[in-house]
Design a protein around this ligand. Structure first.
Ligand SMILES: [Zn+2]
Length: 434
């Protein structure tokens, strides 16, 4: 990267061995450990990134930060579903075979399709905070705005698109260090009472109790109870029995196509989840700056959409995060797009790489032309920390001589190392299930 620092910083400052004493080097008192991410990031009243001329409806730093939290929880949920222990209940020991890999994929597919059916039932009321599997499906549906709008008309539940996505309630249900999402007891009971569904889908499948599972199945499809009871294969390992039963249920429901379409939408969205997991901005020292810049860049992206209708514009990852966050607003997103862009902009996540590449090159060209700034950014922790520091220097109108530049470069390297070492510590206490 062509910054005016004296040595290459990009992706190279995370030397874990040096990081241990870095707290003092970045100016922290020895007994103080900063909260990572900072708590004020999630406080509704400190929704930064908004200016007076903005409509209040655009996503704030607070919304984007909670969105990131949710994506990390979805990543964890998928890991849990595919964990070795649970695959044993499908009658298979973990090994290196192709069959084992297929079982992992199958395991996810069973869970996901079950989640979609539960989502369709929850949708009928939709007034209570859903458990993680349903929340994941709801979010993926919102990211296919035109599809979801049509589905809601078909199922007469447009109210759900008018409901603001409950960012604060979601944040309250998330365990910060483990990055897992869990309803409170009160919310769990409310959900179970109103929907007649178990709140913890994973534990139902995991329990292996046929009665419990049958009970759930008939809650999904009262008319198909007989079909489901008859088709519960008694001698299969429980996981496989659930799979066979589920397939029969889906067929009997008449919603086969809908279930498949929505499950595919969740799977497409998962590649974005993985990218966010790799970047892990929430744990970086520059998280506030990263999200503020992403929002500013998203506003520019909206202007491009307005000025170049019909051109396929492709967002960068940071802009995409804000765009996805905005789409979670449902009807509000639709209205904002009418106001800002003059059209309902759908989000097509089915495009292949060659088409995306072409769109990306075009967007880069237009972005540079209109805003005289670079579109593609590295977005790693180091580069983001440098951007934040440069903005601070620009605002303070400081002049940097060679010595100050060198100090600044060292301070950034130390800061990033410190945050990396904190992340290593967090991960070593909390290993994800394999
Ligand atoms: Zn970088």
């Amino acid at each position: 990267m062509a910054f005016f620092v004296d040595f290459e910083l990009h992706k190279c400052s995370g030397k874990a061995a040096e990081a241990v004493q870095l707290g003092s080097k970045i100016g922290l008192p020895p007994d103080e450990t900063p909260q990572i991410p900072p708590l004020e990031l999630f406080h509704p009243s400190t929704s930064s990134g908004k200016k007076v001329d903005d409509l209040d409806t655009l996503p704030s730093v607070h919304d984007c930060a909670i969105h990131l939290e949710l994506l990390h929880c979805i990543h964890r949920l998928r890991n849990e579903v595919q964990s070795s222990a649970l695959i044993k209940c499908m009658g298979q020991e973990p090994d290196e075979s192709k069959q084992y890999k297929e079982t992992r994929a199958l395991r996810w597919s069973v869970f996901l399709r079950t989640a979609v059916i539960r989502f369709l039932l929850w949708l009928e009321d939709g007034s209570m905070l859903p458990p993680p599997d349903i929340l994941m499906v709801w979010q993926a549906c919102l990211l296919n705005p035109v599809y979801f709008a049509n589905l809601c008309i078909e199922k007469r539940c447009n109210r759900i698109r008018e409901t603001p996505f409950p960012w604060d309630e979601i944040h309250a249900a998330i365990d910060f260090d483990r990055m897992s999402y869990r309803l409170t007891t009160a919310n769990r009971e409310r959900f179970e009472q109103q929907c007649g569904l178990a709140s913890d889908l994973l534990s139902v499948i995991e329990s292996g109790e046929r009665e419990k599972i049958l009970d759930q199945m008939s809650a999904w499809l009262p008319d198909a109870t007989i079909v489901t009871t008859q088709s519960f294969p008694p001698r299969l390992p429980i996981g496989n029995a659930v799979r066979v039963l589920l397939e029969n249920c889906i067929k009997a429901s008449g919603y086969e196509q809908t279930v498949n379409d929505i499950a595919a939408a969740v799977d497409r969205q998962y590649s974005f989840v993985e990218k966010m997991e790799q970047h892990l901005w929430l744990r970086s020292p520059a998280v506030v700056g990263t999200l503020e810049r992403a929002i500013e860049r998203y506003k520019k992206f909206l202007k491009l959409l307005k000025w170049h209708k019909g051109v396929m514009l492709v967002p960068t990852l940071d802009i995409d995060l804000v765009w996805h966050t905005h789409q979670c607003a449902g009807v509000q997103y639709q209205m904002d797009m009418q106001n800002f862009v003059g059209a309902f902009i759908d989000h097509d996540d089915k495009l292949g790489k060659p088409i995306l590449k072409g769109g990306e090159t075009k967007t880069e060209e237009l972005f540079r032309m209109h805003f005289d700034s670079e579109y593609m950014r590295c977005l790693c922790w180091d580069c983001e920390a440098i951007w934040s520091e440069l903005e601070r220097v620009r605002l303070s109108k400081q002049r940097l001589d060679k010595g100050k530049r060198r100090d600044m470069a060292r301070r950034i390297a130390g800061l990033v190392s410190y945050y990396r070492s904190r992340e290593v510590a967090r991960k070593s206490f909390d290993k994800d299930p394999e």
